[in-house]
Design a protein around this ligand. Structure first.
Ligand SMILES: Nc1ncnc2c1ncn2[C@@H]1O[C@H](COP(=O)(O)OP(=O)(O)O)[C@@H](O)[C@H]1O
Ligand SMILES: [Mg+2]
Ligand SMILES: [Zn+2]
Length: 328
């Protein structure tokens, strides 16, 4: 996927800050230890002398090179062991004087063997999805503010209790959010307007984002119109919505079916759904349309891909917007 330049800059800045922070933390630890355990300071000074010796040895290519090299190496190891045991003896962990990088793999440089490190890719994704999520700032849409009271005393068409159905849906959404991983299944929220589909999908998205996942949340309509503008060159080309949403750890597409039906939208919708299924990444889609309406509205292959791979949750009840106003 192509990332926009702004996301690159932000990711570079953050990784540089991480490295500097690790180094300055390391420096203050050194100062602290040198003061408390002066022997370690002496040993460290010896160690830096031997490293100069070693460099000289390599440059001069003396005949007894291997012998001297091994001797210096043994001395270094012994010095290192002494430092470790002094640290432990004074109640410090043995790795206290290792620079505390956030990513040990790349030492917060963002590169390993000339390739971008995983930590850098995660940062890039974070900044791409941050931009996508600006519109999804919905305070109050969380599990704590989801009430099952609204569903009490309502009987479903098939005679079952609405409350029981919604209790199951609520519990499985909460469970899903708490255990969310890249291997989580995809979910499809079906049901009339005002039943809490958007509320619960936002709650899951927030929870997953708090656990460090890159979450892209938005209405399908907004995404499609952004992708359309980018596709037909009506933007400055710096942002790749399609790339960012197909690669997010969790993608939430709200209100499928509210967009104007065009063949371009239908093709893009299929591509998004299909690409994420192929990548094995979880997606949550909500819609106010019934299965019959979906069937009429969309190409067979879209509906059959969803029904075949998503877990379907049918929301029931009366429009909670009006219930909220009346204050039942
Ligand atoms: N069970 C619930 N508890 C508290 N608020 C709810 C509940 N269900 C819906 N709401 C609120 O009612 C409004 C409409 O719900 P929403 O989730 O947008 O419905 P839908 O997406 O199913 O059309 C929102 O403000 C939402 O926070
Ligand atoms: Mg909704
Ligand atoms: Zn790294």
């Amino acid at each position: 996927m192509s990332y926009n330049i702004k996301a690159y800059e932000l990711a570079e800045n953050e990784i540089n800050e991480r490295r500097l922070k690790a180094k300055s933390l390391m420096q203050s630890r050194l100062n602290e230890i040198y003061l408390k355990i002066p022997e370690i300071k002496e040993i460290s000074e010896q160690l830096s002398k031997t490293s100069i010796e070693l460099t000289k040895l390599i440059i001069q290519k003396k005949t007894n090179f291997t012998e001297r090299f091994n001797e210096i190496k043994t001395r270094n190891l012994q010095a290192q062991e002494m430092i470790d045991s002094l640290l432990r003896g004074n109640g410090y962990p043995a790795d206290y004087l290792n620079t505390p990088y956030e990513c040990v793999k790349c030492g917060d440089r963002g590169y390993v063997n000339g390739e971008r490190c995983e930590c850098f890719k995660r940062l890039l994704n974070k900044y791409e999805t941050d931009k996508l999520n600006k519109s999804a700032n919905m305070p109050g849409c969380d599990f704590k503010h989801f009430s099952l009271e609204y569903y009490k005393g309502i009987i479903n068409d098939d005679g079952t209790d609405c409350y029981d159905t919604m209790l199951k849906i609520f519990s499985s959404c909460k469970n899903y959010a708490e255990r969310f991983s890249l291997n989580s299944p995809s979910l499809f929220f079906l049901g009339k307007t005002g039943l809490g589909k958007t509320h619960l999908s936002v709650a899951i998205a927030k929870h997953a984002a708090q656990n460090g996942f890159n979450v892209a949340y938005g209405s399908l309509l907004n995404y499609l119109s952004a992708i359309e503008k980018e596709h037909f060159g009506r933007t400055d080309g710096s942002f790749d919505t399609m790339g960012a949403i197909t690669n997010a750890d969790l993608l939430v597409l709200d209100d499928m079916g509210s967009e104007f039906p065009t063949s371009f939208y239908e093709m893009v919708t299929y591509n998004i759904i299909n690409t994420r299924i192929n990548l094995g990444l979880p997606t949550i889609i909500s819609t106010n349309l019934s299965l019959e309406e979906l069937d009429k509205r969309y190409n067979d292959r879209i509906v059959s891909r969803i029904i075949g791979t998503y877990n379907i949750l049918c929301f029931v009840g009366e429009d909670n917007r009006s219930v909220k106003r009346i204050g039942r």
